[in-house]
Design a protein around this ligand. Structure first.
Ligand code: NAD
Length: 368
């Protein structure tokens, strides 16, 4: 252990995983954890940062902005976010104060994509109403179509909004359901990936695994909405500016969707205008929605999405898409968020040389 490492102090706003935090202690870091279920008040984070910590471990629940960076002026060397999304961190403020921040991409890609696909199945095939029927002893008799039917997934068309890591992983898994895919991304056309998917679709058809030859193509946002039976969101939350995704799904864009279509959101809550969505669901503008993320989390008691009238067509989850055991807790930085988060923190704190070349850092632009 070097002199510097033995003096490094970390504050974690949450217990992101005991074993991973132990890895820091094993290096001689002093680690304090806010060991409560609820996030700490911002004033406490400021107090800890002002006391001179070197590294701050955060989750998506912590607003990290100018106030925090000002408190850590001259001492705070890194913010390590235990999530891939970092919309809670003000990037411009981090850059102004020249504080690098890291996130946990890749390790949660498969878990999040698989959850989106499972949510799709849950809402389309009415898993919750079916279980409810059995549990409440309301399953009168087997009947060809009563008390309700679900919608099949196989052979349908799925719109994928955002073709980054999770969007592509979602596509790879959806191919097994023999769906057609309409993909939209304003900044990315993953040509090799699309070629690979087409080859796999052709192979499935040639081998008789798939009853038809399925297709995938990049398209406009409008067509991805209007041409799909399911629309799955995989975009980052960008609050403002030309590339804003805030309320990307709103009253107008919901009307572009088919009345038989379902919306799936595992991205961030504010990407969807929830009031507009609840209204659209009530008026049958679309058929249903499965949501893992919300404009306010935890979902408020008075949210219109809780309307009992919508119970048969809305599935609600507790920001759980990345919530697999390995994904959340593995100490391996290639497999788990906790491992990736602490490794990124170490990478920055023990970096020698130019920070702009460190892969772990999100806001590299501040160090060029
Ligand atoms: P990514 O950066 O690899 O991909 C995001 C893609 O969205 C990019 O290709 C980008 O060009 C595209 N995009 C940006 N604006 C768009 C728009 N208006 N329309 C369509 N596409 C647009 O990120 P990722 O690793 O795939 O993660 C995506 C998001 O998923 C994260 O930012 C995070 O908010 C969310 N997420 C949620 C959970 C969860 O537990 N629910 C878990 C992981 C990630």
């Amino acid at each position: 252990m070097t002199e510097t490492e033995s003096n490094i102090r970390i504050f974690a706003t949450c217990d992101i995983g005991r074993e991973a935090l132990e890895l820091l202690r094993a290096r001689g870091y002093e680690v304090e954890v806010y060991d409560q279920l609820e996030p700490p008040p911002k004033s406490l984070i400021i107090e800890k940062v002002r006391a001179g910590i070197d590294g701050l471990i955060t989750t998506l629940r912590d607003p990290i902005d100018r106030e925090i960076f000002e408190a850590g002026k001259g001492t705070l060397k890194v913010v390590a976010q235990n999530a891939v999304g970092f919309d809670n961190i003000n990037r411009a403020d981090a850059n102004e104060y020249k504080v690098p921040f890291t996130n946990t991409p890749e390790v949660l890609t498969e878990a999040t994509a698989e959850f989106a696909l499972l949510m799709l199945g849950a809402v389309a095939r009415k898993l919750y109403p079916s279980e409810q029927l059995v549990r409440e002893n309301c399953w009168g008799a087997w009947h060809p179509y009563l008390p309700f039917l679900g919608d099949e997934v196989t052979g349908k068309t799925v719109g994928v909004i955002g073709m980054g890591r999770i969007g592509q992983a979602f596509v790879k898994k959806a191919v097994g359901f023999d769906v057609n895919l309409l993909c939209y991304d304003p900044a990315l056309t993953p040509a090799d990936f699309l070629t690979g998917v087409r080859e796999e679709m052709d192979l499935r058809y040639r081998n008789g695994f798939s009853p038809g030859r399925q297709t995938i193509r990049m398209t406009s946002f409008e067509e991805a909405l209007s041409g799909s039976d399911f629309v799955s969101l995989h975009v980052p939350l960008i609050q403002e500016g030309k590339f804003s995704t805030f309320h990307l799904i709103n009253e107008k864009t919901l009307r572009m969707m088919r009345p038989t279509a379902y919306l799936l959101n595992t991205s961030r809550g504010p990407v969807v205008d929830e009031a507009a969505l609840a209204k659209a669901l009530k008026n049958r503008v679309i058929a249903g929605a499965a949501l893992d993320v919300f404009e306010r989390e935890p979902l408020p008691q008075d949210s219109p999405l809780r309307d009992p009238e919508l119970l048969d067509r809305v599935r609600l989850f507790h920001h759980f898409a990345s919530g697999g055991r390995i994904t959340r807790l593995s100490t391996d930085p290639k497999r788990g968020m906790a491992g990736r988060c602490v490794q990124s923190l170490i990478d920055v704190l023990e970096a020698r040389g130019n920070l702009a070349s460190l892969p772990a850092i999100v806001n590299k632009e501040a160090f060029r």
